[in-house]
Write a protein that binds this ligand. Structure first.
Ligand code: ADP
Length: 529
């Protein structure tokens, strides 16, 4: 190819050097010197994309290996070599000569692209066509500027993505209270028009707009704060949070936080749902409290009623009982056998009623006659209980044993009642074998402040279906004739334990025995009477 041998600088000079060969030669020399003196890399290609000239800087910038670059080599070889060692041309991913030729043809004039070298440096490539179809490429290292620009562009894009995808609204004001960044959500949430959504708008204009339509946040009142004050407050009042209720009922929480260089970031969160839930919960809590008060009141009334009724019933009952006994004594002969038997039933009934009334009185007194809690050594209580139950224990032929027992916080009289009821039941509801009753203590599961006391027997046991029922007042599982009782004992136990802040439960295998367990506050722990 003829054009390959010609030096385009020759030609470039040719047009302008009418002064003859010497002038031409010195012009060429100058041209070459200038080329070498440039900080840019220069490579000149002919119309066939063959290298006709280059300066040393061209080799330096690309860091080509020695002897790689030869005059006459194809640009395609250079491109392929570059691609293989990882040089990227982001604007033009095709590295074929056809691709490049198409690009050159398409652009027809000078153009600029950037090449990224494997070491991260970026070269700006300026392509300038020559009139014979060849072209000059100049390469300038622009790494630092371009990367910094790229980084800030990426950071900005990230920031915009984050802002656009946030559930909260955001506005950022600079130290002069001018809007410098925001997301649409901030304006949508506050129902503010699109015209106001622009960088540069002042905090004052936005606030003015709100004031015109009557929006105030919770610390403003409609008339007592001037615009100047508002702006002044915005300037100084960073780190604050306020609520604003919009005309449609939505509640927006606004927070303002200072930025290091002055100015602040305002965030807007729609907390309407949260507020509603909060209000609904508060409403429920109020209703619950009212119901609890009502329950307490009716419970107290009931206790008082039970107390008064049982107390007042005792007197007439005593009268019925004693007069029946008197009748039976004085008119024994006249009454005959039937009469005696009937009177016997009446006396028995009156006695049972007396017992019921006594138990009811005891039950109603648990809450009203309790003493303030004090340390109670359960060992001592056990002694008293065993003493009280001495006859029952002897008669049953059984044994009552216990582990070392702790000191608890409580009411000693009620502790005697509690253990006596449970141990009494254990003796009463015995099976064929002599009763073995054992009292033990361990830590209450999941409650480090309490002990768990257990009363275990080897008696008749209870069907699991009745575990709850037996703690209710007057609930019994047996005929009176078989096991005497009124069905109040366990109800009293439950009431005592609950009054002490504990819980009572039973575990049992019918025929094998039962274990009643209850929890009590440890000595030294806060008690909850
Ligand atoms: P009472 O002992 O007067 O019947 P309680 O309230 O003390 O009333 O007990 C209710 C019922 O629970 C008893 O009638 C009995 O059926 C059952 N029960 C209580 N303690 C035991 C026990 N240790 N073993 C088996 N059953 C029991």
């Amino acid at each position: 190819m003829a054009s390959r041998e010609k030096n385009p600088l020759d030609r470039a000079q040719g047009g302008a050097t009418a002064a003859g060969p010497a002038a031409g030669a010195s012009g060429l020399l100058n041209g070459m010197e200038i080329l070498e003196a440039l900080t840019q890399g220069v490579a000149i290609f002919d119309a066939d994309f063959r290298l006709v000239h280059h300066n040393a800087r061209f080799i330096d910038l690309f860091d080509f290996p020695p002897d790689f670059v030869r005059i006459g080599m194809s640009l395609e070889d250079i491109m392929i070599f570059n691609r293989e060692r990882g040089v990227k041309d982001h604007n033009n991913p095709t590295t074929t000569l056809e691709g490049l030729a198409a690009r050159v043809a398409r652009r027809a004039g000078p153009f600029r692209v950037e090449l990224e070298l494997p070491d991260g440096h970026v070269l700006a490539l300026r392509h300038a066509p020559l009139h014979d179809g060849g072209f000059v490429n100049t390469y300038t290292r622009i790494t630092s500027r371009s990367l910094a620009e790229e980084h800030s562009r990426q950071a900005l894009a990230l920031l915009q993505d984050v802002l656009a995808n946030m559930a909260d609204g955001v506005r950022v004001f600079d130290k002069d209270l001018k809007l410098i960044a925001f997301n649409e959500r901030a304006f949508d949430m506050m129902d503010m028009p699109k015209e106001l959504q622009r960088v540069g708008i002042s905090y004052q204009s936005l606030t003015e707009f709100n004031r015109m339509r009557g929006d105030y946040d919770s610390d403003d009142s409609a008339d007592n704060i001037s615009m100047e004050d508002r702006v002044a407050r915005a300037r100084s009042g960073t780190g604050r949070s306020s609520l604003q209720t919009l005309p449609d009922g939505r509640v927006i929480q606004k927070r303002r936080n200072a930025m290091p260089g002055g100015g602040f970031v305002s965030t807007y969160s729609d907390i309407t749902g949260l507020k509603r839930t909060e209000e609904a919960l508060a409403e429920k809590a109020r209703a619950l409290e009212a119901a609890l008060d009502e329950l307490k009141r009716s419970n107290t009334e009931l206790e008082q009623f039970a107390y008064v009724a049982s107390h007042d019933l005792q007197e007439p009952l005593r009268m019925v009982g004693s007069y029946c006994q008197l009748l039976s004594r004085r008119y024994r002969d006249k009454l005959g056998e039937d009469g005696q038997e009937f009177i016997g039933y009446a006396v028995d009934g009156a006695e049972r009623m007396q017992k019921l009334i006594n138990d009811l009185l005891m039950y109603s007194r648990v809450g009203t006659r309790g003493k303030t809690p004090a340390p109670v050594p359960l060992e001592k209580i056990m002694e008293a209980v065993e003493q009280n139950l001495k006859i029952a224990i002897q008669e049953s032929g059984g044994r009552v044993t216990h582990d070392p027992l702790p000191v608890i916080m409580g009411d000693d009289v009620q502790m005697v009642q509690l253990l006596q009821n449970l141990i009494g039941n254990a003796l009463k509801f015995r099976g064929e074998a002599p009763p073995e009753v054992h009292v033990s203590a361990d830590a209450a599961p999941g409650d480090p402040r309490r002990w768990r006391i257990s009363v275990r027997d080897n008696g008749i046991g209870i069907e699991p279906a009745y575990f709850d029922r037996i703690f209710q007042i007057f609930q019994r599982l047996h005929e009176r004739g078989k096991y005497p009782g009124t069905g109040i004992g366990l109800a009293v136990c439950k009431k005592i334990v609950e009054r002490h802040g504990g819980v009572i439960s039973v575990a049992s295998t019918p025929g094998a025995g039962s274990t009643f367990s209850f929890t009590l506050t440890k000595e030294g722990s806060a008690n909850e009477f």
